[in-house]
Every structure is written in C-alpha cells, then in structure tokens.
Design a protein around this ligand. Structure first.
Ligand SMILES: Cc1ncc(COP(=O)(O)O)c(C=O)c1O
Length: 392
C-alpha cells in the first residue's frame, strides 16, 4: 500500500543528510547512509495534514490543544501499554534538547552521568558540554550480542558523585531491545543508589518481529518518580525537521521544574505544523508503521545477506530495533583511519564511523538502512568493489 521503493531526490531541501556531507566527509559526492532520518516519502495523510494547515494561511501563536495530548496518550496506551495522564506529559522540540534540559535541571556541574558506550554520540556531547562527567558503563559483546555489565553498573551508580543515567532503549547503535529483566536490574540499581534514570526511547516504535519494547515506566511502578522518558514520533514518521519530541515525567515536582524552564525559554508554545503533525501521526499512523517496519526488516535481511555472501572482513549484526545496523569491520585488517578511507573515499558511501560512538566503537561502522532497497544495493555494491580492490 505504501511505496517504500520510490526514490525521492532530497537535494536542495536543506537536508542535513545530503547538504552536510561535505563538512563531515569532505565531499557531497557520496551516497548517504549516515544521519538517522529516512529517505522515504511520508504517507499522504501526513502531507494532507500539513497542506491543510498551510492552506489556512494564518500561522499566529499556537497552543497545544487537548486533542494533541489525547493523541499521544492514546498512542502510548495502544502501542506501548503505557498509562499517562495529561499532566505527566510535556513537549520538547527534540530529544537531545530534552536530555540537555534534564541534565541542567537535575544534576550539577561536576556530577557523573552514566552512559553505555558504544552509544549515540550526542549523549557524551551533552554531558560534557554541560560540564558534567561521563561515567561509562561499557556494553559487553557476549554470545553474539551486546549485553550490560551489571557489576560495573552497580559500581558506577554507587559512586556518590553519580547523579544520573541516560539509558538508550532501544539502543542506538547496537540495536538491542532490552528485556524486562535487564531493565529491572537497571531500574533497581538506579533506584537503590538515587541515580535519576533518563530513558531515551525515541526508537520505541521500530521494533522487529520476535522482540517487544518495554517502556522503562512499565517495569516497576515504585521507581516511576525516579524515571524520565524522552521520546518522539520523529524517527518513526521521519519528521525530525518538525520538532515533535516530548517527555513523560511522573514526579510532579520534577515536571514543574521542567515546565518552568521551558516557559522561561519561551518554548512552551508550539510550532503550528509540529502540533498538527504530532496529532495526525498518532491518530492515523498505526497501519503505516506496521508496513514500514516490515519493509525495514526486509532491508535488514537484504544488507545482512549481501554482506555475508559478498564481503569478506565485515560482520553485520542483525538489530532487534531501529533502522541502524552495526557492522564489525575489524576483519578487514585496517586501522580506523583506513576503514574511514575505504568507506568514504574508495566506496564513496557516507556512514557513521564506529569510533564516533566511543572508543569501543573503533573498527565498526553504522549503516542507516531506511532508504529504498535499490539505493542500499548500490551502496553495498560500491562497498564490495572497494573491498575487493584492496584485497587484490
Ligand atoms: C537515541 C537517540 N536519541 C535522540 C536522537 C535525536 O533526537 P532529536 O532529533 O529529537 O533530538 C537520535 C537520533 O538519531 C537517537 O538515535
């Protein structure tokens, strides 16, 4: 019903993925599989919603109406089994914005904040940018998948200087959907040590067959005042350019602190389009997401099979969620600089280099598979040819 194979020319639309390649990779002449947005055209109901609003022609100060909150509450309930009240929900332009706000409001300069590398690199940047200190509970690769080191987590959380943990759930880039048992251990450790748990669940809708995302506030109710969830419809519906994030805060005092800061920054009003699209996708987008996830799963299998059959030295990991695939390139026998060169200069494909995600990401690459399959095929053929050329 939706045509995910349709190629869309995104050049000259101020797209970061296309227009910032020069800055990041030294040339705009690459096929982009980096920054986490999708190359699919939005379904008609989303475009109609924005056109209808645009056709009205007046874009004055805008309020988030009860229907906006109702749509979010209903999505959280029907898709994620999360029960929230209107007053436990609040807007934020982006998840990274929200993480910044939580760090500023609920920790002090010099405090330690736990993250689990390899992880989405803005986590480290927002911690250090706010003069807090990263405490790294590095993930461990065991029996074919990444797992948490709970002994180390306990040690880091019990340090009295540690005040917060930022959890990535599902995890970017390793693609794990944490089990309820794993989340229970995280929740327990944070609660016991009075470490505020901020759970970034932006990838929560994009979960593959056989796996189920557990929202952190559905693990044990008694911890809920110690948990903040930051999420958005932006990955799911490809609307990062429309600033549509929100947070769930069950502790009234913390919510009031966040809201007053949002008001102070004069961000408590809404962009007219952001407000409309959030309501529209959460009211009408369920069927689209189901189709999208199926297509993405097909892409994941395609990339996995292509690399396994055609490219020696690269081991792709099938992810349980997200459209970001983590690949171990250490078998190529190259150092980090030469792996970057192979992908960016020889194959002319732009991917997120593993070392951006922390030291443990050295020797890895992350490929964004959310594009028409033909584009993936072209990128992978370029990679195969580049690898063959260095092996000659
Ligand atoms: C884990 C995670 N959090 C946050 C973001 C970005 O969120 P936003 O654009 O809402 O700031 C991303 C984007 O890739 C992500 O992977």
């Amino acid at each position: 019903m939706y045509n995910f194979d349709l190629a869309i020319d995104r050049k000259n639309t101020s797209s970061v993925k296309y227009e910032e390649m020069g800055l990041k990779f030294g040339s705009n002449d690459l096929l982009p599989f980096w920054v986490a947005d999708m190359d699919f055209k939005c379904p008609d109901f989303m475009i109609d919603c924005l056109v209808k609003r645009a056709n009205h022609g007046v874009f004055g100060y805008t309020k988030r109406m009860p229907e906006y909150y109702g749509a979010i509450i209903n999505w959280l309930d029907t898709r994620h089994n999360i029960t929230v009240k209107r007053e436990e929900l609040e807007y934020g332009p982006g998840v990274v914005f929200l993480l910044n706000m939580m760090i500023r409001k609920f920790t002090n300069e010099g405090d330690k904040i736990i993250i689990q590398t390899p992880v989405y690199y803005p986590f480290k940047a927002v911690i250090e940018g706010n003069k807090r200190v990263v405490s790294d509970n590095t993930l461990v690769f065991e029996d074919g998948k990444y797992v948490m080191d709970f002994e180390d987590l306990e040690k880091k959380a019990s340090n009295p200087e540690c005040k917060m943990m930022i959890l990535c759930s599902p995890h970017n880039p390793v693609g794990r959907v944490w089990t309820k048992d794993e989340l229970r251990k995280v929740g327990e450790i944070c609660f016991k040590n009075d470490v505020l748990l901020v759970s970034d669940e932006i990838h929560y809708d994009l979960v593959y067959s056989g796996y189920e995302h557990t929202p952190m506030i559905n693990v044990d109710e008694k911890w809920n005042k110690n948990i903040i969830i930051c999420t958005a419809p932006s990955k799911t519906f490809n609307i990062a350019g429309l600033h549509t994030a929100f947070c769930i805060i069950k502790d009234e005092e913390k919510m009031n602190a966040y809201r007053s800061e949002l008001g102070l920054l004069d961000l408590n009003r809404s962009n007219s389009f952001s407000r409309e699209i959030t309501q529209a996708v959460y009211e009408n987008g369920a069927e689209y997401v189901d189709e999208l996830v199926k297509y993405l799963e097909g892409n994941m299998n395609f990339v996995y099979d292509f690399i396994t059959e055609n490219i020696k030295g690269i081991t792709p990991y099938k992810m349980q969620a997200t459209y970001l695939m983590w690949m171990d390139c250490k078998g190529l026998g190259l150092d980090t600089k030469d792996i970057d060169k192979l992908f960016f200069e020889d194959a002319k494909i732009a991917l997120d280099s593993g070392h951006w995600f922390g030291e443990v990401g050295e020797g890895f690459m992350r490929i964004n598979i959310a594009c028409p399959r033909a584009m993936l095929k072209e990128g992978l053929e370029r990679l195969r040819d580049a690898v063959n050329a260095i092996n000659k």
